[in-house]
Design a protein around this ligand. Structure first.
Ligand SMILES: Cc1ncc(COP(=O)(O)O)c(C=O)c1O
Length: 370
């Protein structure tokens, strides 16, 4: 089948995919809404949160809470709740109203820590402060990445996500985990929610859902959110005025189903979990390089902060170029190198990645001295 219009209908494949994904999602996050990328998944999650509260008779809950250094994509809702200043500045005049940000979780004492920092869980109390200042009863949802990925693998301190969950529960605020990066094995578990043992109400995913081969995003929400939105509209009427022409189109669904097969056949999540300590050891072996300011890591995610080189972003970009020339490709955000190896890697591939990073960073250092 080439195409099936996705408004108020699905087809065999899309139902099968939703069912298969729901076997992996935590708690009762059993209902899927297909989108076309991570950004549209986040936009959809925002809309579902608003629709849920309206369905429950709480239209006053329009506020959202995001986090500094959060990245949720590029649409207006995404950059509103996101916390990357440069993405926001130009578009400040058209952002969503009523968005507040809690502080990010990276503290100066978090130097060269692999895994979760021991300190900093108190930063979750920023949400309580926002509730005090704006009224928790006016807040629709709080959205965070379990591990902030694009701004450099900011790993949540121990107990932090649990605290966020407690504060959300206390005030009736929905907790949204953006698992576009942390989903599908990147942390060593299926989702960050499993890894950190905190179940959100809504979860977004994209990227590895189709192994990045075909654009697709997914929003999973729990049964009570789904039921509330469905029950609030008359039978046969449109329940949620939202959707995309390319939501869950057959080619994307086929790719996602094939990826589900590979997850099972190659035991991908366990593979990532087993390889993670080796990757982390390799990553932190770069610690001696003088131009590196800090390294963070968790599972199959790593962030290397380069020391400032005259102006922000210069070290990151020049280092990225030197590493590319040495044979390893990745993304740099500002002065942070984001390292996320494929799950099909073997130890020899991790060795190769780390060796090439060492060569590239060393060459960058030499170039600075000349
Ligand atoms: C956590 C997170 N959310 C959302 C997005 C946006 O996804 P996309 O680029 O597919 O729109 C990204 C992209 O990197 C992301 O890392």
């Amino acid at each position: 089948m080439d195409y099936a219009q996705p408004f108020q209908q699905g087809f065999g494949g899309s139902f099968e995919l939703a069912t298969r994904i729901s076997k992996h999602t935590p708690g009762d996050l059993n209902k899927m809404f297909f989108t076309i990328c991570g950004s549209t998944a986040v936009e959809t999650a925002i809309k579902i949160a608003v629709a849920y509260h309206r369905a429950k008779g709480h239209a006053e809950r329009f506020r959202f809470v995001g986090r500094e250094r959060g990245y949720h994509g590029m649409n207006i809702g995404c950059i509103s709740v996101g916390g990357m200043v440069n993405n926001i500045k130009t578009f400040a005049s058209i952002l969503m109203p009523g968005v507040q940000h809690i502080r990010h979780t990276h503290l100066p004492e978090h130097k060269f820590i692999s895994g979760q920092p021991e300190t900093g869980d108190y930063l979750a109390n920023d949400l309580e402060t926002i509730c005090a200042n704006f009224g928790g009863e006016n807040i629709a949802a709080c959205i965070v990445e379990p591990i902030a990925g694009s701004t450099g693998t900011l790993v949540p301190p121990k107990g932090y996500l649990q605290k966020l969950r407690e504060i959300c529960d206390k005030h009736g605020i929905l907790l949204i985990f953006d698992e576009v990066i942390t989903g599908w094995g990147r942390t060593g578990s299926k989702f960050g929610a499993h890894e950190f043992e905190v179940t959100p109400d809504i979860m977004t995913m994209a990227k590895a859902t189709t192994n990045g081969v075909v654009p697709m995003g997914v929003v999973a929400c729990n049964d009570s959110i789904y039921d509330a939105v469905m029950d609030a509209s008359p039978t046969g009427a449109v329940e949620l005025f939202h959707g995309y022409t390319y939501s869950g189109i057959p080619v994307a669904v086929s790719a996602a189903l094939a990826v589900q097969d590979i997850f099972e056949k190659d035991d991908i999540f366990n593979r990532a979990k087993n390889l993670a300590p080796y990757f982390q050891k390799g990553l932190f072996s770069l610690k001696d390089l003088e131009s590196i300011d800090n390294i963070r890591g968790y599972g199959m995610m790593g962030g290397i902060d380069m020391k400032l080189n005259t102006k922000p972003g210069k070290a990151g970009f020049e280092c990225f170029k030197a590493c590319y020339e040495a044979g390893v490709n990745f993304k740099a955000t500002g002065d942070c190198l984001i390292i996320a190896p494929q799950f099909i890697c073997e130890e020899k591939h991790i060795d190769e990645i780390i060796d090439k990073l060492r060569t590239g960073i060393t060459n960058y250092q030499k170039n600075q001295k000349n």
